[in-house]
Ligand binder design. Structure first.
Ligand code: GLY
Ligand code: MN
Ligand code: MN
Length: 433
C-alpha cells in the first residue's frame, strides 16, 4: 500500500470532469494526455510527475495514458486509455495500473488499452464541432519541449475541419478556486515546509554550506512523504541576488544573510515559501532596516488579497510601496523617480520580479495576471529587495487564501526578526573547532 499518499476519493476527480464538461460546448470533445516519462540517461528516467490537468481530472499518476471527455446532448462521457500490462516493464520499473485499479482511482468506467486510442479516435471525434486539447500554454518556457498534447493540437489545427481550442482556460476557472480537500493537502504541504524551516533555524549556526541547509530541508520533506515543489533556493550573501539561484553550492559566511525559497509538494499540491535569515543568528542594523522594509510591503500587500483584485493591480500597488521604502533606504532618489521610464520604473533596479502568482497543483498554478480574485483562490505574496553592492537579497513569501479578510496560510512560519533571532539562538551553538 502506498503510505506516502493520501487516498483521494474518485468523487473529487468526477466532480472536476463534470465541471469541465459544464464549460464545454455542445458536440465537443476534450483530450488530455498524461505526461510522458522523461529520459535522463542509460536506463534512467527523471522522477515522474504527472501533468497537473491530467491528475486533476483522473487522479492517475502514470505515463502513457489519455483522457477523452465527450459532450453530446448535454451528456458527458469519459474514456480513459491506459498502457496494457507489460511483464518486462514490471520487472524493471514496477507495477502499472490495471483496468480495475484505474477505474477505482478515477471513477471512470470506460477504460481501454492505450493502443485503442488511435483506432477509436475517429469514432470519438465524429460529429464534434469543437475539440479542446491540453496543449503547452507558455511559449516562454515550453519552446522546444515535446508533449503529446501539443503535437496532437498542431496536427488537428492544421486540418482545420473543426474548431481546435485549448482546454486550459476552461479548467483554470475551477483550478484557481480551491476545494476543501485541496486546501487540506496544501495546508499539509505548508506544515511540512514549516517544520523543515524550524529545523533549519535551530541548526543554522552549525551548518557551513548552502547544500547542508538544502539537505536539512529535504530530509524533513522526504521523511513526511513530500518532495520539493520546485527547485529549492538556498542562497547566501551575493547568491541571493540571483533570482533563480539553485546550485546551492557555496559556503555560508558569518555576517551574510541567507535567502531560502523552499516549498514542499504533498500529494501533488504545493507550498511556496521564502524566508531570509542571518547566518550567524543576528541581523546587522542595515540588514534589519532592509528586512523591515520588505516585511512592511508584504504585510500591507497581504491585506489586498480580497475578491475582485488582480495580480496586475497588486503589482502596481506593491511597486508604489516599494518605491517609498527604497527612497527611505537611500537606494533610489527622487531624481531617479522623476527621470524614470514608466516601463522601467526606478524601483525595478532592486525589486525586479512580480509580487504574486497562483498556487496549487503547480507552483505557478492556473490563473493569470488579470484573473479577478475570488474567495478560495490561493496566491503567493513575495516582495523582495536585492542589493548586489551590499551583498544581500531579501525575499519574504507567504501563501494567501483570498477572502474578506484574506488568510495567511503560512503565518506560522516564523518571519519576525526577534522571533527568528530567538529561535536561532535557542538552537545548537556553533561547534568550537
Ligand atoms: N519558488 C518559485 C516562486 O517563488 O515563484
Ligand atoms: Mn512564489
Ligand atoms: Mn518561492
Amino acid at each position: 500500500m502506498d503510505m506516502k499518499r493520501e487516498k483521494i476519493a474518485s468523487d473529487f476527480f468526477r466532480k472536476n470532469r463534470n465541471n469541465l464538461g459544464n464549460e464545454m460546448q455542445e458536440n465537443s470533445v476534450a483530450i488530455v494526455f498524461a505526461h510522458d516519462e522523461l529520459w535522463r540517461n542509460g536506463d534512467q528516467y527523471y522522477p515522474y510527475r504527472q501533468n497537473s490537468n491530467f491528475f486533476y481530472l483522473t487522479g492517475i499518476e502514470q505515463a502513457g495514458c489519455v483522457l477523452v471527455l465527450r459532450k453530446q446532448e448535454s451528456r458527458l462521457q469519459s474514456f480513459l486509455f491506459i498502457p496494457r500490462a507489460d511483464p518486462t516493464y514490471e520487472i524493471w520499473f514496477g507495477h502499472r495500473l490495471d483496468k480495475e485499479e484505474a477505474e477505482a482511482i478515477s471513477g471512470i468506467a470506460g477504460i481501454f488499452p492505450r493502443e485503442e486510442f488511435e483506432r477509436m479516435r475517429k469514432k470519438l471525434l465524429k460529429n464534434t464541432e469543437t475539440i479542446y486539447v491540453d496543449r503547452l500554454e507558455d511559449e516562454n518556457f515550453t519552446r522546444g519541449i515535446s508533449y503529446a498534447g501539443q503535437s496532437f493540437f498542431d496536427t488537428l489545427s492544421s486540418s482545420a475541419k473543426r474548431k481546435v481550442k485549448s482546454v486550459a482556460p476552461l479548467l483554470a476557472k475551477y483550478r484557481t478556486v480551491k476545494q476543501k480537500l485541496e486546501l487540506q493537502l496544501m495546508k499539509k504541504a505548508m506544515d511540512i515546509t514549516q517544520e523543515s524551516f524550524e529545523h533549519v533555524l535551530k541548526k543554522i549556526r552549525r551548518l557551513h554550506t548552502e547544500y547542508e541547509v538544502e539537505a536539512e530541508i529535504f530530509y524533513h520533506f522526504h521523511r513526511r512523504g513530500a518532495v520539493a515543489a520546485y527547485e529549492t533556493i538556498v542562497a547566501g550573501g551575493l547568491n541571493a541576488t540571483v533570482l533563480h539561484y539553485v546550485e546551492n553550492k557555496d559556503d555560508l559566511l558569518s555576517g551574510d544573510l541567507l535567502l531560502l525559497d523552499f516549498g514542499a509538494e504533498y500529494n501533488n499540491y504545493a507550498a511556496d515559501c521564502s524566508r531570509t535569515i542571518p547566518v550567524n543568528g543576528k541581523f546587522s542594523p542595515r540588514q534589519k532596516a532592509v528586512y523591515e522594509a520588505v516585511l512592511r510591503v508584504q504585510e500591507a500587500m497581504i491585506r489586498e488579497y480580497v475578491p475582485g483584485n488582480t495580480i496586475n493591480k497588486l503589482n502596481e500597488k506593491a511597486g508604489k510601496l516599494m518605491e517609498k521604502e527604497l527612497l527611505s533606504l537611500g537606494l533610489i532618489t527622487p531624481e531617479d523617480i522623476r527621470k524614470q521610464d514608466k516601463e522601467h520604473p526606478a524601483y525595478k533596479k532592486y525589486y525586479m520580479h512580480g509580487l504574486s502568482h497562483f498556487l496549487g497543483l503547480d507552483v505557478h498554478d492556473a490563473g493569470n495576471k488579470d484573473t479577478p480574485f475570488r474567495e478560495g483562490m490561493v496566491l503567493t505574496c513575495e516582495p523582495g529587495i536585492y542589493i548586489r553592492k551590499e551583498n544581500m537579497g531579501i525575499r519574504i513569501e507567504d501563501d494567501i487564501l483570498v477572502g474578506n479578510p484574506p488568510v495567511n496560510l503560512t503565518r506560522n512560519i516564523p518571519k519576525k526578526i526577534d522571533e527568528l533571532e530567538k529561535i536561532i539562538s535557542s538552537g545548537n551553538p556553533p561547534q568550537k573547532l
